[in-house]
Design a protein around this ligand. Sequence first.
Ligand SMILES: [Zn+2]
Length: 453
Amino acid sequence: MSGSQTISAPHTIFSLPNELLEAIAAAGQQDRASDYLPSQKSEWVLSHVSQRFRAALLASPALWSIVDVALHSEGSLAIFELYFERSRACPIGIGISLTLQHVRPIEYEENDLIAERLGRITRHLDCIWELKIEVNAWQGEVLLALFGDLVAPNLRRLEVLDLLDRYDLGPVEIFSGGAPKLRYLRIYDVTLQLPVPWAASLTHLELRRDREGLDRHSQNLTGILAQCPSLVDLYLDFSFIASWEHRFHMPSLKRLDLKVNGTPDDFDFLHAIDSFATPSLTEFTINGVHGDQICELLTSNGLPQASFPALKSISFVDSGACRCQTQNEISFPDTATIAASPPLRLFPVLSSLSLINVCFGSNLVRSIVTPHADGWPTLTAVTLSPKQPDAESMDSAILAATNSYRERGLPLPRYRICPSLVCLRNWDEFGLDTDKFDPTDMRKLFYLRRLTA
Ligand SMILES: [Zn+2]
């Protein structure tokens, strides 16, 4: 802010200095939903407030590098061309982030028009660094096919979302001409034609599902993962069921998010985990798993293939509306059985455990988190959100664990607990270092998100 301004000067929106104006416009761009209507965009709205605002914002080319285009709208193409011109003054190193939408059925006679409009965009492909393609149209594959043999020389990040329920959509070929800088790929309900020429350099892969019941990824999984030896992050958002031919060797993988909903019994669960040979893994999140399965994994002596020498953090999230705790045929191993042999032998450097809305959560605190003998592996961070109505049982399990730590002179872990546990007592009085968190925030990290969410 200029030093000549005094505190008593009247402040209105018109007195905002240029830097603050740019910062406001940029803040409005963060996390906003894609929308091709410019009236929803902070830089567009502010640039229409006054001549000075307009001049200030046009002097900031990066503000014009995030563009949404709806191919069914000629006006939207004109806005793209305007944004493209304005962003071209960018210093080298800033590329365009483009969201391309098609939300209307493509009639046969429109094919040429769509191709012509897309051509006006793809001739600038070398300036596009991030691309989202959202197809929500019958005949949407006509649009995807137009990307088939293109080259995207500077593309870093690609997302493809097919919003329609079409079970007959075959594998899609995209940028088969090459995309040498592409590192990040997120695809929803679309499978890729193999081989994918740029897959070898991907470090981030998300195979996500937008609708229940539709699963195009699992059959193609072995093929695509075999082409991605450099992955660091992998998100598999569909019900992964191991089969005997699954052997995924990913030497550089650090983060794995796996969904195992519907896995029918313990054997399949451990077999699913054993499909992954990931010696560098540091963070592992498993969705849709039940408490007895968690116990079996955490007390396992070892698996035939998988080992976790670098794993620091493991999270188990939401076993759904299961009735494990009320069904008599599913029982949890008794604490004495577990106490006979310390847990976490499969995870020698594990320090953080999260149990988010999984069944038998308090049993797990009693049997795994609570030290039962000298030399028991201890954790430094424990995140807990009990499945209803397990909060009181979880509360007493935490206190029992705390007593055991104190009796053995061990440092207490730091707890992150959800509001239903926080309200049960004054945790400070028990000397517990707790931190409140909202489990729905945690679940947002793991659950499938629409691109526009
Ligand atoms: Zn359960």
